[in-house]
Design a protein around this ligand. Structure first.
Ligand SMILES: Nc1ncnc2c1ncn2[C@@H]1O[C@H](COP(=O)(O)OP(=O)(O)OP(=O)(O)O)[C@@H](O)[C@H]1O
Ligand SMILES: [Mg+2]
Length: 463
């Protein structure tokens, strides 16, 4: 149960948010102005503040740090009528837990509140001096990777469950290991459960262990992976592949913190920290009914999304230096230089296999350039060179097509003088026809002197 303060001048919404909080088992108070809200926050022991932006006595974002500085240091979720990117970024930078736009508040509030409160309780439980993050060979310098490292550092400060998402080869397992290594659990086991590789009939006994005699061949009992992770970290890799039956059993473990081994009657406890990884869209799977929504809630206490390598090209060079440096060291070679075409080739390729593919590619290039002090584009694997060549052909064709299209559109255009003369002659013809060859009438209609009109008719050979 948590103490929630709703600061919003919209009475209906305020009442509704209060009720929604109470339905979740919390105690809620409300304030209709920022000053009243701050006053309540100073006097009360609030865990969470739901803060509106446009208030009668000012902008909620300006007061955010004031709320965070009161003795109970509550988490703050911004609820705004008009969402804008600047506001969202300002809110998050000032330490807000989340930012919800009013039209989505009913749908999104529960999840935001659950996460913020879980984070808060774990932060309190694990209140200890934050350690300097050991990067565990996580290489890169892009803003996107640094953002992920910040999230990693934050996750190591509590026992909150972490969900790491990202395409294949983006470093999900590397991050999971780094979370463990930087946590207070580092001295205990890091246990990997590969949900994609476990055969369905063995999954429960592998996870939860079994008692002697539980099935044919079980002549002695065995503790499962969940028990091995006691005091340490349990890493559920490819969690999207977990069969529905196991999702249900696992949810129970997370809720009850205890489970029964196969064929056993006694409940066993295991105090593990959960980290899960996926390259699938779990929200979409929930929508399709293939992943349990309650399990997803439990997994995503904190979420780290690792962007694909092609979206963080600033990491390419440091990664290439790192991998080639390691290879040179392994084979006792001097450092190798990179030709400009080699670097351009790396940047132009789209790296569907991300960092893993980059490491393999560099190993290939290193071998191809074994005796050369410099790596050139022609040391890259053939399939990459073919793709680079094809995309360069496509670019040229596109340029040509664009130029051709332009030609097609302009082909019917005349030079200005020619066009003007053409129109002038056309006009004079119509003028003569309309005035039945009467020059006085024609010069009146055209508002030209008779002399000027005669000159123009002569110019175009008209009578
Ligand atoms: N930022 C990085 N710095 C150094 N090495 C990295 C980095 N990211 C990934 N790697 C390396 O790339 C390889 C793939 O990483 P990892 O196994 O963590 O990826 P993954 O996201 O779990 O992939 P998959 O979804 O295929 O399991 C590993 O050898 C890892 O050490
Ligand atoms: Mg992996």
């Amino acid at each position: 149960m948590a103490n929630v303060l709703v600061v919003d001048d919209d009475q209906n919404l305020s009442r509704m948010l209060g009720e929604q909080s109470r339905r979740m088992g919390h105690v809620a108070a409300t304030a209709a102005t920022l000053r009243q809200g701050l006053e309540h926050a100073r006097q009360g022991d609030f865990d969470l503040v739901l803060l509106d932006v446009q208030m009668p006595d000012g902008n909620g974002l300006e007061f955010l740090s004031g709320f965070k500085e009161v003795a109970s240091a509550p988490e703050v979720i911004i609820i705004t009528g008009k969402g804008d990117q600047d506001g969202a970024s300002k809110a998050i930078k000032s330490g807000a837990w989340g930012y919800i736009e009013k039209p989505h508040v009913i749908k999104d509030l529960n999840l935001h509140m659950m996460r913020a409160l879980q984070y808060r309780s774990e932060k309190r439980r694990a209140a200890r001096v934050p350690v300097v993050l050991q990067r565990q060979d996580i290489i890169g310098a892009s803003a996107a990777l640094n953002h992920c490292l910040d999230e990693l550092a934050q996750a190591t400060m509590s026992d909150v469950a972490v969900l790491i998402s990202g395409e294949t080869g983006t470093g999900k397992e590397l991050f999971a290991r780094a979370i463990h290594a930087n946590s207070s659990r580092a001295v205990k086991n890091f246990v990997v459960v590969d949900c994609a590789a476990l055969p369905e009939n063995l999954i429960e006994s592998t996870l939860f262990g079994y008692e002697k005699g539980a099935f044919t061949g079980a002549d002695k009992g065995m503790s499962g992976l969940v028990k091995q992770a006691d005091g340490g970290t349990l890493f559920l890799d490819e969690v999207g592949e977990m069969p529905p039956q196991t999702q249900k059993a696992f949810l129970r473990v997370l809720q009850e913190h205890s489970y029964r081994p196969v064929g056993g009657s006694a409940e066993i406890t295991s105090d593990f920290r959960l980290v899960a990884a996926t390259n699938r869209d779990l929200e979409q799977m929930v929508g399709q009914g293939s992943f349990r929504t309650d399990l997803l809630f439990r997994l995503q206490g904190s979420v780290i999304h690792l962007p694909p390598l092609r979206e963080r090209l600033d990491d390419l060079r440091p990664l290439a230096d790192y991998f080639i440096g390691k290879l040179c060291e392994r084979y006792g070679q001097e450092d190798k230089a990179f030709g400009a075409d080699f670097v351009a080739g790396l940047a132009a390729y789209h790296w569907p296999g991300n960092v893993r593919e980059l490491a393999q590619t560099l190993e290939h290039a290193f071998t191809a350039a074994f005796h050369s002090p410099t790596l050139y584009a022609n040391h890259l694997p053939e399939h990459i060179r073919i793709l680079l060549a094809q995309s360069s052909v496509r670019r040229t064709q596109k340029r040509q097509a664009a130029a051709g299209e332009q030609d097609g559109q302009t082909a019917t255009m005349l030079p200005w003088r020619q066009f003007r003369d053409h129109c002038e002659k056309e006009y004079l013809r119509n003028l003569l026809a309309a005035s039945h060859g009467n020059i006085s009438a024609a010069s009146r209609v055209a508002d030209l002197s008779r002399t000027h009109l005669y000159q123009l008719l002569a110019k175009h050979g008209l009578q």
